[in-house]
Design a protein around this ligand. Structure first.
Ligand code: KG4
Ligand code: ZN
Length: 339
């Protein structure tokens, strides 16, 4: 099946075309992304109504763009997939209604997919895609989860954050450090200049068994450290970089410990990383070394498919549409909270 995928759950408009008939790693025909990040940066975070309006402006031109790049017409499509949740409801509805309108006009099947399933299976878009089963570390702005993946749709949650998601913690730490939104990449950049030995932040929930995470304590720790440096009159650029480094090391270390544990508990030898935070270079380096020491292998999507994109939605939608799955009673779906 040749499927159009649409992603509009938050602040990126993503569109892509995936063809299930092509060999693994070659199915992606075209993809395009329009990021609203610059618009929201002015407000320090995503403004939902502005996000919805921008999706309505950018979505149709992006669809025309990917069809053009692939040398296809709308009538060449065999199905349409869109992100049905979780996400901002207005933003989701732009993608959902566009997908349903197009599918109805073209007489092709349509399916809403789970945004996190998109992230989870994004490494399948690569030439060296992992075989099932594997353990996945899903780390985005809204989620931190370890999942055992047996096959398409066969997922078992091994552990998750009991409070903030890893990306959320990065974004909040960024605000405390006076860095602009989105903070994750900026904290990572500042941390490169930091001295890893100056501060040592706690590794939350690693001293007890289990695969759950907690990042809110680390956030408080960051704030207390910065306040103390300020009170002592030594909060300069180097101190900020050292704090960023200590914060990043603590998050990365915690994730490495939990991933090792997840592989031990499941006996699996493949670890997949996905979601925005998996773009973090330090996390990738540390995980690759630690996981390979155990005779296991790590897999990542290419950097541009770590954060929100249409390709992952086209991929999951195509797989599911090809098995005959359709939206229930042909109704459009926009589910802001979807476990
Ligand atoms: O998956 P994603 O694009 O959107 C969600 O579905 O949430 O993830 C965005 C999150 C943000 O919190 C962002 O700060 C974080 O991923 N992020 C990073 C890096 N790049 C993006 N965090 C740490 N280091 C990075 N290099
Ligand atoms: Zn996402």
């Amino acid at each position: 099946m040749r499927v159009l995928g649409i992603e509009t759950s938050c602040d990126e408009t993503g569109v892509a075309l995936f063809d299930t008939r092509l060999p693994a790693g070659e199915g992606l025909l075209a993809d395009a992304l329009y990021s609203q990040v610059a618009m929201h940066a002015e407000y320090g975070g995503v403004v939902p109504e502005l996000a919805s309006r921008d999706h309505t402006r950018k979505l149709l031109p992006l669809i025309d763009q990917v069809l053009g790049e692939a040398g296809l017409e709308k009538r060449d499509l065999d199905g349409i997939a869109y992100t049905a949740g979780p996400g901002l409801v207005g933003a989701l509805m732009v993608g959902a209604s566009t997908a349903h309108g197009m599918a109805w006009a073209l007489g092709v099947p349509v399916l809403g997919v789970h945004h996190m399933e998109g992230h989870l299976l994004a490494p399948m878009l690569e030439e060296n895609a992992p075989a099932f089963p594997f353990v996945a570390l899903l780390v985005s702005g809204g989620h931190t989860q370890l999942v055992e993946v047996a096959g398409l749709g066969r997922y078992r949650l091994l552990g998750e954050s009991v409070d903030d998601a890893a990306g959320e913690a990065f974004d909040k730490a960024a605000k405390m450090l006076g860095l602009a939104y989105p903070g994750g990449p900026r904290v990572a950049k500042l941390a490169e200049q930091g001295d890893p030995t100056r501060f040592r932040f706690p590794r939350p929930m690693t001293d007890r068994p289990g695969l759950d995470f907690s990042f809110s304590g680390l956030k408080t720790h960051t704030l207390t450290t910065l306040k103390k440096l300020e009170a002592d009159g030594v909060l300069d650029d180097q101190a900020r970089a050292d704090v960023a480094r200590a914060f990043e090391e603590a998050v990365v270390d915690t994730m490495v410990i939990k991933c090792r544990r997840a592989l031990d508990e499941t006996g699996l030898k493949r670890l997949v990383m996905a979601g925005g935070v998996s773009a973090n270079t330090r996390l990738r380096e540390r995980l690759a070394v630690e996981i390979e020491k155990r005779g296991a292998k790590t897999f990542y999507p290419r950097a541009r498919f770590c954060t929100d994109n249409g390709a992952m939605i086209a991929y999951v939608g195509a797989q599911r549409l090809a098995t005959g799955e359709r939206d229930t009673r042909g109704l459009m779906q926009a589910t802001p909270r979807w476990p």
